[in-house]
Design a binder for this molecule. Structure first.
Ligand code: PLP
Length: 400
């Protein structure tokens, strides 16, 4: 065989990968806590944390130990059998939340699809075939075809047409628009209590209470997509606790695995209506990931740990507010350790690049919108590290 040529256009570390996004040339080799190291040995303070998945930071000993212990004992007994970590994690989640039943998957899109199927199954049984789900403008629920339909990203309703139908859109924080979207075919409302990908948009507490009352009155399931907000990210185990309401169904992913693929669908007993064969998944509830989830949940959902998250969040918020004043930025907002910084112009991508390129230490940030920076540090970040991050952020803002 003759060696294949690599064209200059595709040269670089990722030339064997299908292009799905523009990645910097950096190759990361190691992570510890809030820090990442690349192949050249340069260190970065990481406020992205795998897109808010590494709730305990990079390679925390508690996860390394849970993985090693479980890997040497039982990797996968099949989703058709019980295993101890799956049972224990389900029990733990039920104990911590207002829900009674749990199904495990591996990604946010997967459990959101499962929530949709559960709602449709319930609608068929209890509401004469009602099946339509009301979701929100600028929502993000995942990248499978149905979740692209459920999401509110501009263009996503036609990008890979034909798209699954059965979704209506309402305006976030506008209860009248939800009322208008309801038809006899409506079965559920699906909402992120904080819209993460849209740029950390917070639901208004009054709106959420009205939404809970409206969905109860009209016999609609209230599905909370807590894929990004759940498991300590917002300073409570679940974001719904901040609003004083109980959803009927909830999905969890990012934080619960602490970096490994683990997702959960939770529901109240009255919506526990899947029939055998309705739902499944090759890796659902595998003991390896469940053992990690158990270690993460047992660490994060301790009252002392959550109180510390709230303290660190307040410290970060104060620091960001100071930067807003110093640099003439628009605003700082967020809940817990999911925060955003609104810039006066569309320079967020430049700030992200400048922060990454800082020497000798880089800072990793995310720009979910052209004028917006998002910060989602490890829940274990220290005040000293927050101070360092704020100093690096100031430098990056000065460069841009
Ligand atoms: C990340 C995210 C998803 C999608 O999760 P995947 O694991 O990427 O499929 C869904 N909903 C919300 C709110 C998210 O933040």
């Amino acid at each position: 065989m003759s060696p294949r040529q690599t064209s200059p256009a595709t040269a670089g570390p990722g030339h064997a990968l299908i292009d799905i996004t523009t990645r910097p040339p950096t190759v990361f080799v190691e992570g510890q806590g809030s820090w990442l190291t690349d192949e050249s040995g340069k260190c970065y303070l990481d406020l992205v944390q795998g897109w808010a998945v590494n709730s305990l930071g990079h390679s925390p000993p508690v996860i390394a130990q849970a993985l090693a212990r479980q890997a040497g004992r039982l990797l996968n007994a099949s989703p058709a059998f019980h295993n101890r970590p799956m049972l224990d994690l389900a029990q733990r989640l039920v104990g911590l939340s207002c829900f009674d039943r749990v199904w495990f998957g591996s990604s946010g899109s997967e459990v959101n699809e499962a929530a949709l199927k559960l709602a449709r199954r319930w609608g068929r049984r209890m509401r004469g075939g009602a099946h339509e789900v009301i979701a929100f403008d600028s929502a993000f629920h995942g990248r499978t075809l149905a979740m692209m339909s459920a999401s509110g990203k501009p263009g996503w309703d036609s990008l890979f047409a034909p798209m699954p139908t059965g979704f209506a859109k309402a305006r976030y924080n506008d209860i009248t628009s939800v009322e208008r979207a309801i038809t006899p075919a409506s079965v559920a409302v699906m909402i992120e209590l904080v819209q993460g990908e849209a740029g950390v948009n917070l639901a208004d507490p009054g709106f959420v209470r009205e939404l809970r009352a409206l969905t109860t009155e009209r016999q609609l399931l209230l599905i909370a997509d807590e894929v990004q907000t759940g498991i300590g990210r917002c300073g409570e185990a679940f974001a719904y606790e901040l609003f004083g309401i109980e959803p009927d169904v909830m999905t969890l992913t990012k934080g619960i695995g602490g970096g490994v693929p683990l997702a959960a669908l939770l529901c109240k007993e009255s919506f526990n209506c899947f029939e055998p064969g309705d739902q499944g998944g090759t890796y659902g509830g595998n003991p390896l990931m469940a053992a990690v989830g158990l270690a993460v949940v047992d660490t994060v959902c301790q009252p002392v740990f959550l109180a510390q998250v709230r303290q660190r969040a307040a410290f970060l918020a104060r620091g960001l507010q100071a930067i807003v004043h110093e640099h003439g930025l628009v605003a700082e907002r967020g809940v817990g350790l999911l925060r955003a910084l609104a810039l006066p112009g569309d320079t967020a991508a430049q700030v992200v690049a400048a922060a990454r390129e800082l020497q000798p230490t880089g800072l990793l940030l995310n720009a979910p919108r052209p004028h917006l920076l998002r910060l989602m540090p490890a829940l274990t970040i220290t005040e000293a590290e927050i101070g360092q991050a704020l100093a690096l952020l100031r430098q990056a803002l000065r460069v841009v």
